[in-house]
Design a protein around this ligand. Structure first.
Ligand SMILES: Cc1cc2nc3c(=O)[nH]c(=O)nc-3n(C[C@H](O)[C@H](O)[C@H](O)COP(=O)(O)O)c2cc1C
Length: 288
């Protein structure tokens, strides 16, 4: 029986859904799986694991810094195999380079990144997919995970060769990290709309939002993860220069599937959905 851990960072819930699907699928194969959230100060669990999973959303064609920083804090790995589960809003191959930096860091720490599984999930920034499309994405992931989880347990590698275009794009997108910190200071809360529920203050993964003397203050540590604006129940947060691509409000993943593909990146979405959707059967039970 294999003892596994999946460390995850999920700003708005998509990646956590995938991590839960893996836990369920791997446990169905007889493994033990612990889920552990990555936070700015989290460190690895003390136990020795047979394999480690790292689940992350693609941010700017890269692994988010909160995740690469976590990888730097891992203790010497003794060549422990690592797999990643990644979610992104679009299926473009430009996202293929997102694991490069993480692999390098892991290798320095003594870990062997051997597999990465990529799932398209609805955007939490850029534009809003329909609920039907969100449901289709989640159902597609659900159908694919059992075979992928099995392959991971068997130690089968699948890392794709990173196209040059993806390397260049993720290099350019490094600018996003300082950019997000600066842009985060431009976030504002509309007094008219805000109901002071404090969801943004209490849930910011890096503790960058404070409420002092009746006013919201945004510090200089924003990672641009979208959690505050996405989850605000009254859509009261404006996100500086990125407000035009803000997405607000949870998706209904139980909606009826929408088969219409958005015009944007149409061909790659079509290719993504056509690929072996029901190859692996679906998981027993339900995962929210
Ligand atoms: C700052 C930021 C950058 C993003 N960059 C990309 C990207 O480069 N490519 C992409 O396909 N999706 C991108 N997305 C979309 C997310 O990867 C996608 O919605 C993901 O499923 C969110 O996962 P989560 O709910 O676990 O946070 C980005 C989202 C944010 C907030």
């Amino acid at each position: 029986m294999q003892n596994m851990i999946i460390y995850y960072f999920s700003a708005t819930g998509n990646t956590l859904k995938l991590a839960k699907l893996y836990k369920q699928a791997m446990e169905a194969e007889g493994a033990t799986v612990t889920l552990s959230e990555i936070t700015p100060n989290s460190v690895s669990e003390n136990t020795k694991f047979d394999k480690i999973g790292i689940a992350y959303p693609v941010h700017g064609f890269r692994t988010p810094e909160i995740v690469t920083d976590f990888a730097k804090r891992l203790p010497e790995g003794g060549n422990t195999p690592v797999f990643t589960i990644k979610t992104s809003g679009e299926p473009l191959r430009l996202n293929d380079g997102s694991y490069a930096e993480l692999k390098k860091i892991l290798s320095k720490r003594g870990y062997d990144l051997f597999a990465e599984y990529h799932y398209v999930m609805p955007y939490n920034m850029v534009f809003r997919h329909t609920d039907g499309m969100a449901a289709r994405m989640f159902n597609t992931a659900k159908a694919r995970v059992p075979a992928h989880a099995k392959a991971v347990l068997e130690g089968r590698g699948n890392l794709v060769k990173i196209p040059l275009s993806a390397r260049i794009m993720s290099g350019i997108c490094l600018i996003e990290r300082p950019g997000m910190r600066l842009n985060g200071m431009l976030y504002r809360v509309s007094k008219k709309k805000c109901v002071e529920c404090m969801a943004c203050v209490n849930n910011c993964p890096v503790g960058n939002i404070r409420f002092e003397n009746g006013k919201f203050r945004f510090g200089s540590g924003c990672i641009g993860c979208a959690r505050c604006a996405f989850n605000c129940p009254t859509n009261a947060i404006t996100t500086g220069l990125l407000n035009c691509i803000k997405v607000n409000g949870r998706y209904n993943f139980k909606a009826e599937e929408d088969t219409r593909i958005p015009r944007y990146c149409r061909r790659s979405y079509e290719k993504y959905f056509l690929k072996d959707k029901y190859e692996s059967g679906s998981l027993p039970g339900d995962v929210d």
